[in-house]
Design a protein around this ligand. Structure first.
Ligand SMILES: Cc1ncc(COP(=O)(O)O)c(C=O)c1O
Length: 211
């Protein structure tokens, strides 16, 4: 993948301040991780969620918060195009993790973590865009352990989970204790309500969301 680094001012993904979701009523109306769905992520308190104008803004905020120009970002191969563009706008150097039908290859991931010293690893574990693949629970756990051991942030983009029509939901990487303190889980209503409803959220590790 080309290490192109367009200037931050070249539009398309414009960093904004986001919506800190500071009022308790707004937080309590957030249905993202209620106790009735503990498999999604446990625990996620309302104050640990940042409401955004969709996943795209959450990605932009993550890039702004975590990346300096020249930082390395690992992405699964192939990766969601707008995420690539977002990280490139932040000046990141992108490196693709070779993947098979079940998702990123964990041995290759570990090898790239050691050689490239990335700041974060971006992936879409469920119904991935563009492949549609879903990572098994075992592969998610292996990725969580690898990131946890090597101190790499995971950006888990998860807008499609609710579109499952059969089979049991697979807990997100963010639910694994090995990576719970370094996984940022992104959600969106754009796939389950309407793309024009610009509403999503970012759930960083507990205690990391702005007050
Ligand atoms: C993987 C992935 N992440 C994020 C988005 C953008 O979601 P939103 O409309 O919430 O910004 C998309 C949209 O296609 C997507 O496929």
């Amino acid at each position: 993948m080309s290490p192109a680094s367009p200037a931050r001012s070249s539009t398309s993904c414009v960093p904004t301040a986001g919506a800190p979701c500071s009022t308790p009523p707004a937080r309590e109306t957030r249905p993202y991780a209620p106790p009735s769905r503990p498999a999604r992520r446990s625990p996620t308190a309302p104050e640990d969620v940042l409401v955004t104008t969709g996943s795209q803004q959450a990605l932009t905020l993550v890039a702004t918060a975590l990346l300096e120009p020249g930082d390395t970002v690992l992405v699964e191969e192939p990766a969601y195009l707008s995420a690539i563009q977002c990280f490139q706008l932040a000046g990141a150097r992108l490196v693709a993790v070779p993947s098979d039908a079940d998702g990123p290859d964990v041995e290759q991931l570990i090898s790239l973590i050691q050689s490239e010293k990335p700041k974060l690893f971006y992936l879409v574990p469920t119904f991935q865009n563009p492949t549609g693949r879903t990572l098994s629970a075992a592969r998610r756990e292996a990725i969580a352990r690898s990131a946890g051991q090597h101190g790499v942030w995971i950006v888990e983009d998860d807008p499609y989970t609710e579109l499952r029509y059969d089979g049991a939901p697979i807990p997100p990487i963010a639910a694994h204790p090995a990576a719970a303190d370094r996984t940022i889980l992104l959600g969106s209503f754009s796939k389950i309500v309407a793309p024009g409803l610009r509403l999503g959220c970012s759930a960083p590790p507990p205690g990391c969301a702005p007050p």
